[in-house]
Ligand binder design. Structure first.
Ligand SMILES: *Cc1c(COP(=O)(O)O)cnc(C)c1O
Length: 373
């Protein structure tokens, strides 16, 4: 027999890894700098690495207490109820839970184009159909409420990525609020803040009743907004917290959605190891601060020194307009720098450069300039 008809499902294309590329070119992995997947160049917090080692000895048990502890810590950091925090296997896992909770077969979702491919994949797994709203190249892919509302046609879920991957642009919080206000009551607006820590814009968690404590190392949430029941916010430990390898993320959902989690989640959505790492990482604010600062330095360095146009970015990456994205990607790879060819995002004229350490970023920029010359 065969799986069901999956011809409408696109396989996810991850950024290429060092091992993979080194093997393909028959070279030593140490010769490469990888700036392809928006990973944290500083690694995880040392506290998180210690917590992972300590948790190893408890790997025989289900993560009941760890799950509860991390949920409580996240809820506390955002000042929301614990039931509003849906832990998941990465932010991508949280997207799946939201799709499971929101979609009935045949419901439509609206995704940004260009955009993060997992929204459409997740919607299709859950028997949803996908429409898109265009981001305009002529406008440097800027986003406001009308960008969404002009294309909106009663979809059940609307995805907004802010900061957006791969453009780096943000949608202002007031504009996100307007999207929520001007779409149907039965439309859920999912605000993907995977890169929220890197942005100056306040978090949309304030739209579901949250306020980030200034101390938590999270982006501030604006205060004094009546909580909405049609916005969910996605956050992850994969980027600023440097824990992409443990797979940990969460959604902050409206109070009215709280009960749905127990009905849709894969039991123990986040592992003992992931939860303990996440808790330790939240406790190391200095590491998050340094990660954000390094990215801010690298963004500026790239836009000041690359001999090609760049988009203003609020993430830990910069989209560079090189003309021939795939050719540039291939040439850089041979020079030991792995970037993201954004053709699969529908942006064949660009490459996306993740913010590295100062040294990695300088190397990448100088190699890129030689390729461009
Ligand atoms: C990285 C990323 C995520 C989440 O990734 P996880 O590793 O699954 O947490 C979500 N959305 C966007 C736009 C991303 O770039």
């Amino acid at each position: 027999m065969q799986p069901r008809d999956l011809s409408a499902h696109d396989p996810y294309e991850a950024g290429r890894g060092i091992e993979e590329v080194a093997r393909e070119l028959g070279r030593d992995p140490d010769e490469f700098v990888k700036l392809a997947s928006n990973e944290n160049p500083l690694g995880p917090s040392p506290d998180a690495a210690d917590a992972i080692r300590e948790a190893a000895g408890r790997a025989n048990s289900y993560p009941t207490a760890a799950h509860t502890d991390l949920t409580a810590a996240v809820a506390d950091a955002w000042d929301v109820a614990e039931a509003q925090v849906w832990l998941a296997n990465g932010g991508d896992g949280a997207l799946d839970y939201l799709a499971r909770a929101a979609l009935s077969p045949g419901d439509d979702v609206l995704v940004p184009d260009p955009g993060f491919s997992y929204y459409a994949m997740s919607a299709r797994y859950h028997h949803g159909a996908v429409r898109s709203y265009p981001l305009a190249a002529a406008d440097d892919y800027a986003m406001d409420a009308d960008t969404v509302l002009d294309a909106y046609d009663g979809e059940r879920v609307v995805y907004v990525t802010s900061p957006h991957n791969p453009t780096g642009r943000v949608m202002a919080l007031d504009e996100i609020e307007r999207v929520a206000a001007e779409t149907d009551e039965e439309t859920l607006v999912i605000v993907d803040e995977a890169y929220g820590e890197y942005a100056a814009e306040p978090s949309a968690v304030s739209l579901v009743g949250g306020v980030a404590s200034k101390e938590a190392g999270l982006s501030d949430a604006a205060e004094d907004r009546a909580p909405r029941d049609d916005v969910a916010v996605l956050r992850t430990f994969s980027k600023a917290y440097g824990l992409a390898g443990v797979r940990l993320g969460y959604a902050v959902v409206p109070d009215a959605w709280a009960d749905a989690y127990a009905r849709v989640n894969t039991p123990f959505a986040a592992s003992e190891i992931a939860c303990r790492a996440g808790l330790a990482a939240m406790g190391d604010r200095e590491h998050v601060r340094e990660s954000v600062e390094t990215a801010a330095w690298a963004r500026e360095y790239v836009s000041d020194h690359v001999d090609a146009p760049t988009l203003p970015s609020s993430g830990n990456f910069v989209l560079v307009e090189v003309g021939d994205g795939t050719g540039t990607y291939e040439a850089l790879k041979r020079r030991g720098v792995i970037v993201r060819d954004t053709s699969s995002y529908g942006l064949p004229e660009y490459v996306r450069l993740t913010c590295g350490t100062r040294e990695e970023t300088r190397t990448a920029v100088s190699e890129l300039n030689e390729v461009l010359a």
